[in-house]
Design a protein around this ligand. Structure first.
Ligand code: MSP
Length: 511
């Protein structure tokens, strides 16, 4: 079995913004979690969407050719994902020859199904969305609600895709409650489909920056008809055989497309219909996450309040930002980035609760037990066996349901309970009486072993912090192969040497 997970293919009109970092971090965490389970081969796809009017105009405004511009921004994206420790397997560029040939083959199949015809497309177009929009007043002054820019009138001969033919199939697909998540989004899409699907245009004239339609040389493919196929062409990247058939054999259908709620219609309606027309199975699930705002306001260049992810990365490090985005925002709901809340959460959760617990326990253990994990301890302490078993079960269930913020809360609540246990037991007082030595050994062992589990559970979420905890417990780097086995209580060896403690994560200040 193959688990294929994708981010959207990002427009290269600009470098990554916090919204694209957010989606990519979500996919990265899910991919890392799936790799730990090792039941399926994981293919994590990301990339860039390079064609269309928006990109052509951006390049023009910089005095560059579209190629030059795309090369520059595609590199920025790749570098950025490396800086954020993103474990993607495939990075697809839609301007590559390889991708073009997959689009041609796909078009041929759709044409063979008699789903392409020539028509006239009249309507109001938003270049920012690359989409025709409703214009209630039919006024040239009307602005796209998302991009706040005036719509452009288009009246041209275009090729159309017979979406209306797939009404019944799409309705059936939407009846599968697993297909769209979260549920509110599913209803939104069902309402849209119930109004009746209309054919949509899949080519443009007067646009040079795109893939030429083979049998209509003055047309280029509509950017969405081209970009969505990147999810398939990515599969045969760097392979020796790269026909559509070969790409599909790498494990299609995709298990999960993670996207922002604004592009759900493309993924949950247009894309499955295109695939059905070409005789290809639709993706298994589309998850539409919410939007990020900043201090309560939508982020936008015109508002001047865009949060530059690079600034966050260099100021705070990727893992703090990652923890905040994953733990504080319910996947599916909108989320607000507030500096004060961000600082409080990462200081409390990571520095005070997780970091401090480890630091003080390893220090006590080193001081009292010869720089080692205490010996002569029981590993069948029922309370801890039960607590860790329940935590791990809930954590895995949350992750399997893409409830990442709850999975993070499971880790945190476990660490909070261990802190409370330590504070209640007060080994620093008990140690003053030699008769208490066996009890102190047991308390310290329980807490150290709990820290080992915290590191394991943090692995897909904050892999650097996870490694540092492990290192501080004197253990070797965590290996994916052993993850499931290692989740058992009692694996930390009594007598194991503990290295000198170092702060695994420090506190940060308010802006
Ligand atoms: N190129 C298309 C996708 C094609 S997929 C075959 C596209 N690109 S995009 O760069 O404009 O957007 C990528 C993703 O970023 C979208 O899922 C969008 O919803 C998301 N976000 C853009 N701004 C966002 C926030 N402020 N918050 C969260 N995500 C947001 O659309």
């Amino acid at each position: 079995m193959t688990f294929i997970i994708t981010t959207p293919l990002y427009y290269v009109n600009d470098k990554p913004h916090l919204g694209s970092v957010y989606t990519t971090i979500i996919c990265d965490t899910i991919a890392k979690f799936k790799r730990l389970n090792r039941d399926e081969k994981v293919i994590f796809i990301t990339g860039v969407d390079e064609h269309g009017l928006k990109i052509q105009r951006t390049a023009q405004s910089k005095g560059l050719t579209p190629d030059e511009h795309c090369n520059e921004i595609a590199n920025v994206f790749q570098k950025s994902w490396n800086d954020w420790n993103i474990s993607f397997d495939k990075f697809i560029r839609t301007s590559s020859n390889h991708h073009n040939s997959i689009v041609y083959e796909f078009y041929k199949r759709v044409k063979k199904s008699n789903d392409i015809y020539m028509g006239v497309q009249k309507g109001w177009y938003c270049v920012g969305c690359e989409e025709f929009k409703e214009n209630p007043d039919n006024s040239p002054k009307y602005k796209c609600p998302i991009h706040k820019k005036e719509l452009e009138w288009k009246n041209e001969e275009n090729l159309f895709f017979r979406l209306s033919k797939y009404q019944k199939e799409i309705e059936e697909l939407l009846n599968d409650n697993n297909f769209i998540e979260p549920i509110e989004r599913r209803n939104e899409i069902k309402n849209f489909v119930n109004k009746g699907l209309k054919d949509f245009s899949i080519s443009r004239t007067n646009l040079t920056w795109g893939i030429t339609v083979p049998d209509h040389k003055d047309h280029t493919f509509y950017v969405w008809f081209d970009a969505l196929l990147g999810y398939i062409s990515a599969l045969s990247l760097n392979e020796t055989k790269f026909s559509l058939k070969d790409a599909l054999e790498k494990g299609w259908p995709a298990s999960l497309h993670v996207i922002g709620k604004d592009i759900l219609r493309f993924h949950a309606v247009y894309w499955p219909a295109m695939l059905l027309s070409a005789g290809i199975r639709p993706p298994k699930k589309v998850f539409g996450h919410g939007f990020l705002t900043r201090e309560g306001f939508k982020m936008g260049k015109s508002l001047g309040n865009v949060l530059d992810p690079n600034v966050l990365l260099s100021k705070y490090g990727g893992e703090r930002v990652r923890w905040f985005l994953l733990k504080d925002i319910n996947l599916g709901s909108d989320g607000d980035f507030q500096n004060k809340r961000f600082v409080d959460i990462v200081n409390n959760d990571l520095a005070n609760t997780i970091g401090n617990l480890l630091n003080r326990t390893t220090s006590m253990s080193r001081k009292w037990f010869n720089d080692s994990v205490p010996i002569d301890v029981k590993i069948d302490d029922n309370y801890f066996l039960e607590l860790s078993r329940k935590t791990i079960y809930k954590y895995i269930t949350c992750f399997e349901n893409y409830n990442i913020n709850e999975a993070c809360n499971e880790i945190l609540n476990f660490a909070i309970k261990i802190n409370l246990y330590l504070n209640d037991e007060k080994p620093w007082i008990l140690i003053k009486d030699d008769n208490n030595l066996p009890k102190v050994k047991q308390i310290i062992y329980n807490v150290l072993e709990s820290n080992r589990l915290v590191a394991l559970l943090l692995k897909p979420v904050l892999s650097e912090l996870s490694n540092k905890i492990n290192e501080q417990l004197g253990l070797l780097e965590l290996k994916n192969e052993n993850w499931k086995e290692d989740l058992k209580w009692g694996i930390l060896k009594p007598g194991n040497k503990l290295p000198k403690p170092f702060p695994i994560i420090g506190k940060i200040e308010y802006e």
